[in-house]
Design a protein around this ligand. Structure first.
Ligand SMILES: [Zn+2]
Length: 199
């Protein structure tokens, strides 16, 4: 448990996965590092947009129960999309990306070497990644416009991330994210909004 360095409010207890959180009382963005909390010096804007999820609630997708822990909102020029950081009852953190009706559950893949750079890929191109043939379906960049709750990485409003969507067999989706020379790969699956129920 910490106190917000800006307003003194107590933070929630369980911050194991948390690297960034937004103070519920003063909206200041806080970084959690080495069991210390530091004010990032920026308040997150609140962007009101309808969503299928509410922060801090429990949901079920098939046999997986999860709680919504944090939210990122991105603007990609033609609209907004959200990334929800959720924690399953089994203790796994996952991302749920919501772009209007398109919903995907993704997990970060660690230590993948030799990833291509986002800007070298083109929509319609086929590439071989992790021994699979994947189709590049989207190459774009998006600006983070708001953060809320708790997140497992530091992403600040105003940051622009390049991303690439790749699709494989059986509804499998990969997302490659490129930011400041770092590349991250996420693997997931498209799901049906009707399969998500609030608990
Ligand atoms: Zn505060």
């Amino acid at each position: 448990m910490f106190n917000c360095p800006a307003c003194g409010a107590q933070t929630p207890d369980n911050l194991d996965f948390t690297k960034l959180m937004v103070c519920e009382h003063c909206s200041n963005i806080l970084f959690i590092e080495d069991e210390a909390v530091k004010n990032a010096g920026l308040r997150s804007a609140q962007v009101d947009a309808p969503s299928i999820f509410t922060l801090g609630r429990h949901y079920r997708y098939r046999n997986m129960n999860f709680e919504t822990i944090g939210r990122l909102q991105f603007d990609y020029g033609d609209g907004l999309w959200e990334e929800w950081w959720v924690m399953t009852d089994a203790g796994d953190g996952k991302w749920i990306s919501v772009d209007e009706g398109d919903i995907a559950i993704e997990s970060a893949l660690e230590n993948i070497k030799d990833l291509p750079g986002c800007k070298y890929l083109k929509p319609g191109e086929k590439i071989n990644l992790l021994k699979q043939n994947l189709l590049v379906t989207e190459v774009d960049s998006a600006e983070c416009i708001a953060v809320s709750g708790q997140l497992p990485e530091r992403i600040m409003p105003g940051e622009k991330h390049d991303y690439v969507h790749l699709s494989g067999k059986h509804n499998i989706l990969y997302t490659l994210e490129c930011f400041e020379g770092q590349k991250k790969l996420y693997k997931g699956v498209w799901i049906d909004a009707f399969d998500i129920e609030p608990l």
